[in-house]
Write a protein that binds this ligand. Structure first.
Ligand SMILES: [Zn+2]
Length: 331
């Protein structure tokens, strides 16, 4: 029996089922919350999140991968409270989220630095995956890092290499938040390959923000999974273009490397909720099931292909190629 760690404990891999492989529950920096968010209501926000994730469950989703790592205010005990009540499998991730600089806690300490030490990021990430996060006992199931338009800054390179080393040490898969307009997925592939990571276990997130199918084919041909994971974020790319990209990649035979998700959240301190509702009214957890799947069916895409993208690809990503489970159909 192969198991996978969720925020509520290990589950049999066969229970993964239909997976939304790039979502968030809370994006909430604790320093910000304690100092600048006087109206935060913990109980109301947990209750709201339980309602949202219960809706996700009702759509037929079994598992949600919460890619909110430190830098986005990861708080796995809060997520555990929500997951328990929503009865949804929620997987946690480890890594660091930044576009440029490392947090100061890591800035001065590391190989060759003033406080010379083995890379502390690797140790931190491996501990999250193997011993658990803090004292919660909750173990991360995946690694996540970022290469944005700022490119491979010194801080970002340290994180990506540490994520690669932690992946090799533990077998955990890697999500890289990329920017397809600056083609940072290519940089991610190069650095992670140099660290010995199998690119088939690397998901290049936010690839679907472009209509440049040639670029995405190129990324997929190197083995990586291509994240079409911002359905609903119409202000970054219209839905019709996202669908055209998806259909083109399916037609080109890449369905078994595609991840469908929304990168939605119950709460994010990045955006004013009222402004969000106005600028991105479709940014929610329901886009794949209520909008994308019906449109794919209308285009004649067979059910097996939908199962491939929502069940088989995430499972292979999370568990690796050794897993021999039979696919379960989408409910
Ligand atoms: Zn995201």
């Amino acid at each position: 029996m192969q198991t996978i760690n969720t925020v509520t404990g290990p589950i049999d891999a066969s229970a993964l089922g239909t997976v939304l492989a790039h979502e968030h529950v809370f994006v909430l920096n604790e320093d910000y919350r304690l100092n600048f968010l006087p109206d935060w209501d913990e109980e109301a926000q947990v209750a709201h999140a339980v309602q949202r994730l219960s809706e996700v469950k009702a759509l037929g989703v079994d598992t949600l991968l919460d890619v909110s790592v430190p830098g986005m205010g990861r708080h796995v005990e809060r997520v555990r409270r929500v997951a328990e009540q929503a009865e949804l499998n929620v997987l946690a991730a480890t890594g660091l989220f930044t576009y440029s600089d490392l947090p100061l806690q890591f800035h001065y300490t590391g190989p060759g630095l003033g406080f010379d030490a083995p890379e502390p990021l690797v140790e931190a990430f491996v501990r999250d995956l193997t011993d658990g996060i803090g004292r919660t006992g909750i173990k991360a199931a995946a690694l996540a890092c970022v290469i944005e338009a700022e490119g491979l800054t010194h801080g970002v390179e340290r994180i990506v290499r540490a994520v690669g080393q932690a992946s090799v040490a533990t077998g955990a898969p890697v999500i890289v938040h990329t920017n397809p307009h600056t083609r940072s997925g290519l940089i991610a592939q190069r650095i992670l390959s140099e660290e010995g990571v199998d690119l088939r276990r690397v998901m290049l997130a936010h690839s679907g923000d472009t209509g440049d199918v040639e670029h995405l084919r190129h990324l997929a041909e190197a083995g990586s999974l291509v994240g079409l994971d911002r359905f609903g974020v119409d202000l970054l790319l219209p839905h019709a273009t996202r669908m055209a990209t998806l259909l083109a990649l399916i037609d080109a035979g890449f369905a078994d490397q595609l991840i469908l998700s929304q990168s939605a959240f119950c709460y994010s301190d990045w955006f004013d909720p009222a402004k969000m509702a106005e600028l991105a009214p479709n940014w929610n957890y329901r886009q794949i099931h209520e909008r994308v799947l019906p449109e794919l069916r209308a285009h004649g895409v067979p059910e097996e292909t939908l199962t491939t993208m929502l069940v088989d690809v995430p499972r292979r990503f999370l568990l690796g190629a050794n897993e021999q489970g039979l696919p379960t159909p989408i409910r």
